[in-house]
Ligand binder design. Sequence first.
Ligand SMILES: [Zn+2]
Length: 159
Amino acid sequence: MTILFLKENAKTIAKFDFSILANFFTNHWKSLLGLLILTLIVTFIIQRLIILKKKNKPVDTPFFGFVTNSNDRLLQDNYSKFKVFWAVRTMNGNIHIDYVPLCPNCKTELKEKITFWNKFKWNCINCDFSIKQKDSQKNIRENVQTIAEGEMRRAGQGR
Ligand SMILES: [Zn+2]
């Protein structure tokens, strides 16, 4: 049936001017390419925003399950590293850096948000302090812990 149709209409099909289509692409390829790129960019932005919304959702503070005893005490809450303050305490005889950094202006715990370009922004909800960091609070805290342990060792009080 199809073959028959093609045979009967061969002349008509042959007469169809495909150059119209070719001309359209020749004249409008820039617009088509632009439209394609724009679509890709918009898709990328929307996806990124959706992921960020999920990542920045407030979560319950995780429970770390530390057992403290009566000898544990806060040594200082203005240990200045990475342009913010950290609370340093002894815990079970070891040095321990608290998990959340403190605002260098008012010592309020800093909130963390991941920015569009995958940087970490810490901001104070009490004053206007905010800072961009290259890594997360979790990873930077680990570095601060390591630095503090080194300082204790140098002071001759390490493990
Ligand atoms: Zn503050």
